[in-house]
Design a protein around this ligand. Sequence first.
Ligand code: MG
Length: 267
Amino acid sequence: MNYIIFTDLDGTLLDHRSYSLEKAQEALKLVKENKIPVIPCSSKTQAEIEVYREKMGNTDPFIPENGGAIIIPKNYFRSLPGKENNHYIKIELGIPYHIIIDILSNIKKSTRAIIKGFSDLTPEEISVITGLDIVSSELAKERSYSEPIIIEGDADAIHEVKEKVSSSGLGFLEGRRFHHIFSPTVDKGKAVRILINIYKDNVSNAIKTIGLGDSLIDLSMLEAVDIPVLVQKIPEQYDKRIQLPNLIYADGVGPEGWNKAVLSLLR
Ligand SMILES: [Mg+2]
């Protein structure tokens, strides 16, 4: 059986606090020995995901910014349409960043709330707010399809910005610290489905897909795969908003659950 693994990073393959994938090493080793592709599918940017691909020795395609694009190493598949650069073929699905920033700057002028996006913040400021180190904050600023923003103001102000973002044709996802502005027509699941079809066309029709996630944003990805796996967010607790008939509940938080679930699926 040919497996492909799609995985969220933060809180799933990577520890929620330390961003370490140490606890998943045993399963990652088995996956590598069996030449099973591992496709990171994350809210992180291309530049951020590349750091973790390097750490894992991973050379498979990946999906940055919640489905904003599918990035495939050149020569990975026989033939593919897409935008080529030195290393990759890029299938772009999201609205380009400069358009998102233009729309946001118009919204900023028409609201009393103060909006600050990653494009307005220095790496040092992002580091203080997110807990990422400075280098990681720089990589997080290299955005192509989405913008995390902070809104300074009361609940009414946040509501006003949300309305304006939606009526401008962009998506708004409310978060704890940052709210996310993105293309409403893309999500992880759409990108995953497109990439699964590319594998079927180029590799084999008989592939079985595994997906691992921890949060609501992963739901569309988990719906798109054959074997959806949910890891714990904190000990013994899963994101209850994710309900699927064939969902496998991994026995552990983040990378520890990832490790156990993948080992038991492959053995
Ligand atoms: Mg996550």
